[in-house]
Design a protein around this ligand. Sequence first.
Ligand SMILES: Nc1ncnc2c1ncn2[C@@H]1O[C@H](COP(=O)(O)OP(=O)(O)OP(=O)(O)O)[C@@H](O)[C@H]1O
Length: 535
Amino acid sequence: MEKASGLLFSGVRVDRKRFAREIARFQQLKKEPDDLGDLADAALEALPEVKANKKEKKRKRKDKDSSGCISGLHAVEGFSVFKSSESLSSILERNALEATSAEKKKEVEKEIEKASILRKKYGIHVSGHGVPPPLESFVELSSRYNCKPYILHNLTELGFREPTPIQRQAIPVLLSKRDCFACAPTGSGKTLAFLCPMLMKIKPGLKNGVKAVVLCPTRELAAQTARECKRLAKGRKFYIKLMTKELSRCGDFEKMLCDIIISTPFRLDFAIRKRKFDLSRVKYLVLDEADKLFELGFVEQIDSVVKACSRTTVVRTLFSATLPETVEKLASTVMVDAVRIIIGRKNSASEMIKQKLVFAGSEKGKLLAIHQSFSESLNPPVLVFVQSKERAKELYKELAFDDIKVDVIHADLSQQQREDAVDNFRSGKTWVLIATDVVSRGMDFKRINCVINYDFPESAAAYIHRIGRSGRAGRPGEAVTFFTEEDKPFLRNIANVMAASGCEVPSWILTLPKLRKRKHRPHRDSISTIPDDSA
Ligand SMILES: Nc1ncnc2c1ncn2[C@@H]1O[C@H](COP(=O)(O)OP(=O)(O)OP(=O)(O)O)[C@@H](O)[C@H]1O
């Protein structure tokens, strides 16, 4: 017995010492961290305080198990010698493990440091546990995440050489299937940040229902996102559908092949409630321009979509250039263990836009100012925002007399007319597009030189989105905001946004009294050059 145990003992001792590393590695393999988020957690675990705490807990549990005996005492009696031999071997094992985990810890610490250097470099701020490190390049999509070559090919075809900051961080987060709040400036590539991981994670054409849903506040944005999605998916047989009015009313959803559906909340809610459109297999739900979607009027429809995407593992994500705390709070009730990503300063305008405030005195002053500015230096394409569709029509009538190619877009037009207005502006047929806020969010008109806020925006968020139609994808842009006496009390909100993005603001504006946040939609005199009788 003694001999046998001695042999066993010595055998164990020699092998374990010699192969300590291998044993330790093998044991580690049982649970390899599946992403660097886990590695980060592993690093935490390796901290002396955490380890000591765990050891103490383990010891207490062990002491409790041995019917009140102190475990060390067993080692000297009878069969407990075997126990003693076991614990000795496990001590050796532990030593080996500790040596390896020290190496691992160093490795993890290096990764963490590298991630934080990258984040600092690109102005990425994250919160949440175990956040995967940002991408250094698109190539990492294949080395780290086994991305199919067609996506990398399409990225190159689209001319995207480097990921933008939001793409660097949001793509790994979504690939690790974490819910996510993401706030990044206008024109910074948020669309690709959610489309790319979606295409990587879902299998095309399996005929077993919708796998991903993207909600956008307007039809124009939904159409644009569907187009972007198709461009990125080129070469793969994904069924990507835009939920149109016709499809939501007459589509045969049982037979329809659809991997990804892109829609406004109204159309999708209609299809779910009235036509029993099944979203129970959805893996990804994206709310683009999330703060707009959480505004009154949309909330019930969003609720219906969130409920319909009933799979327990669905990844929910919110993207916007403006994400107020109220929205985050509301949204967090449906998010699980979410990661929060902020690029640069939260709720700020793109730094690529030169912003200017122009005092026009009165409504008539604004009309004179725009005529004058177009006659002196019109640098198309120019997007002009007004407060309502009535005012859009009025300003269109005024400017149509000038020798410029001007068009108008608002909610009173048919879908076809709206699409034509967008297409003509994109292709350069239209130089000046007069618009309501219907195109203020998400629309990616290439190379807009100037945005004119003819009517003062109703909030700082509206301002950020409107001017964000220029200065996109790293290009410079310009924004001019007219104000009258009546807009003065609301100037400070906008001036703060301007100052935060590095633009000069007259100091008197910054000393104006603070206003409680409320929308600014004043009644304005109609836009007309016809002399006012009362004058
Ligand atoms: N990695 C990249 N490199 C270069 N250009 C890019 C890259 N990713 C996206 N873009 C381009 O940047 C432009 C803006 O992208 P996108 O519309 O996604 O911005 P956004 O952040 O969603 O803006 P918004 O807040 O206004 O919705 C698009 O023209 C897009 O094609």
